[in-house]
Design a binder for this molecule. Structure first.
Ligand SMILES: NC(=O)C1=CN([C@@H]2O[C@H](COP(=O)(O)OP(=O)(O)OC[C@H]3O[C@@H](n4cnc5c(N)ncnc54)[C@H](OP(=O)(O)O)[C@@H]3O)[C@@H](O)[C@H]2O)C=CC1
Ligand SMILES: O=C(O)CCCC(=O)O
Length: 473
């Protein structure tokens, strides 16, 4: 673990093993930290806040850009670590490292633009000044599906704003996080500004929730854990940002460019083997074009290779663990039991890993679990619909509201539908909307707040209003 600029173990020397999901081999182990280390990390972050928050944005920019440079120089090594512990194909891992790094450079710059305001007062001798200040110590709890980007998307704006951070990466993928912390250390980030601890998630989370020195919790992961953190944060009214589950509808209208829609679906459905919160979950195709669309989609899917992410040519890696595999297999059984069918199933390696074949599922209805629950796997359930009104209603009939995809070539319809869906992110003829400068986040139970863009740094800033009364004469 990385606490106060030092590499530390834990008191009892317990270790949590890290497994390669492609081979089930143990590839490493990290300390099983708990309440003691969680508190030590906050002690360090709290002490470091005093000086870090006082640095100029330019000084913070220089350190963040050095970190960015080191990540870039080490991107291939980080990508290999990521593929080995997470499973995603090496080219995707490299893409994630670059995506993760784009948050660091973007926010290094944005830190210079934390502007205040002056507001006209109602009295001639008064002045109203508004400034923005860092919220303090930020606790970030991150998932295994994007082991680098979910850390930098939180930590980069927090550090650029002048906050200090304590981070708990997922136990399945701590090695990428620790490598990134090592590079932050090399970049000259002062001790205590960034701390990374591994271990008992519930105990660490609870310690941070109870500690009044932690003023902000930022989390990406399941809606259930997000709700637990939000409840805990209420105790001392911490600020909370949550990026939770999704159930993204992918809508293909009969005037869509079907080639482009099928390409968009491949990108949005099979990225990270379907384990992305904005991955397409349920597919709605307008009746007249359903058969043709499925044919084009299947021909593209047949070209994708499932395998070990380290092997050249792999497009879809394994799922993260046994529980993830069982969940996806259970969703397929549910489809069959409720009258659906498997129209296409891809090949998968016979080896030991947690591989699930990509599948196209048809004769789908809304009572099937895959239409209600986050799949997090390479299943493509396809339902049909008749009208625009009907599909908007079905798309909105979810407790989630993260991302929706709409494919149409009709401009008026494109606006009408984008405005009609209750989702925080709309991919309009676009299967890959994520980028550092845009706001990422959801409506409803998909979360609170936004990451990315100028919106993302606001989550780490307090507004202070200074009322000034000038002496007369
Ligand atoms: N929005 C998204 O991007 C993600 C959504 N999910 C959804 O959640 C499902 C389950 O995945 P899972 O990995 O279990 O997700 P979790 O929400 O359990 O894990 C996300 C992070 O939260 C930590 N955590 C778990 N429980 C607590 C707690 N009580 N207090 C504080 N931190 C906690 C985990 O630590 P540790 O792993 O060490 O226990 C991990 O760092 C997936 O199938 C998917 O549907 C999952 C990941 C990302
Ligand atoms: O699943 C997630 O929460 C990570 C989102 C990846 C992306 O930014 O597209």
């Amino acid at each position: 673990m990385y606490i106060d600029g030092q590499w530390v173990g834990n008191e009892n020397e317990f270790f949590t093993e890290v497994t390669n999901p492609a081979t089930k081999e143990v590839i490493g182990a990290v300390p099983t930290g708990g309440a003691l280390e969680a508190k030590q990390a906050v002690d360090a972050a709290h002490a470091a806040f005093k000086e870090w928050s006082k640095k100029t944005a330019e000084e913070r920019y220089r350190i963040l850009m050095k970190w960015h440079q080191l990540i870039d120089e080490n991107k291939n090594e980080i990508a290999r670590i990521m593929t080995t512990e997470q499973g995603k194909p090496l080219h995707e891992a490299l893409g994630e490292v670059q995506y993760a790094n784009s948050f660091i450079s973007w926010y290094a710059e944005e830190g210079k633009r934390v502007y205040g305001e002056t507001i006209p007062a109602s009295h001639p001798h008064k002045r109203i000044l508004v400034r923005k200040e860092p919220v303090g110590v930020v606790a970030a709890i991150t998932p295994w599906n994007f082991p680098a980007a979910m850390i930098t998307r939180k930590v980069a704006p927090a550090l650029a704003a002048g906050c200090t951070c304590v981070v708990k990466p997922a136990n399945q993928t701590p090695l990428t996080a620790l490598k990134i912390a090592e590079l932050a250390h090399q970049a000259g980030l002062p001790s205590g500004v960034l701390n990374v601890i591994t271990g008992k998630s519930a105990e660490i989370g609870e310690t941070w929730l109870k500690d009044t020195r932690v003023t902000k919790i930022t989390f990406t992961g399941s809606t259930e854990v997000g709700k637990t953190l939000m409840r805990g944060a209420a105790e001392n009214v911490k600020k909370v940002s949550l990026e939770l589950g999704g159930n993204a509808p992918f809508i293909v209208m009969d005037d869509a460019n079907l080639e482009k829609a099928a390409e968009g679906l491949i990108q949005s459905k099979f990225r990270n083997a379907g384990q992305t919160c904005i991955c397409t979950n349920r597919i709605y195709v307008q009746e007249g074009v359903a058969d043709e669309f499925i044919k084009i989609f299947q021909s593209k899917l047949e070209g994708l290779k499932v395998g070990n992410g380290l092997e050249a040519g792999t497009d879809i890696g394994p799922l993260i663990d046994r529980a993830a595999y069982d969940k996806v297999a259970g969703l397929v059984n549910d489809v069959i039991e409720k009258g659906g069918k498997i129209t296409y199933t891809g090949e998968k390696p016979a080896d030991e890993g947690y591989y699930h074949a990509p599948m196209i599922l048809t004769d789908i209805n809304e009572n099937m679990e895959c239409m209600k629950d986050e799949i997090f796997g390479p299943l493509a359930p396809i339902a049909t619909f008749k009208t625009e009104e009907e599909v908007i209603e079905r798309a909105n009939n979810s407790r989630y509201g993260l991302a929706a995809y709409i494919f149409t070539e009709n401009l008026s319809r494109a606006f009408r539908m984008s405005e009609g869906v209750e989702y925080g992110i709309v991919g309009l003829n676009d299967g890959l909307p994520s980028t550092a400068q845009a706001p990422f986040g959801g409506f409803k139970e998909s979360g609170l707040g936004r990451e990315g863009g100028h919106f993302g740094i606001e989550e780490f800033l307090e507004i202070k209003y200074i009322s000034i009364s000038l002496s007369e004469g």
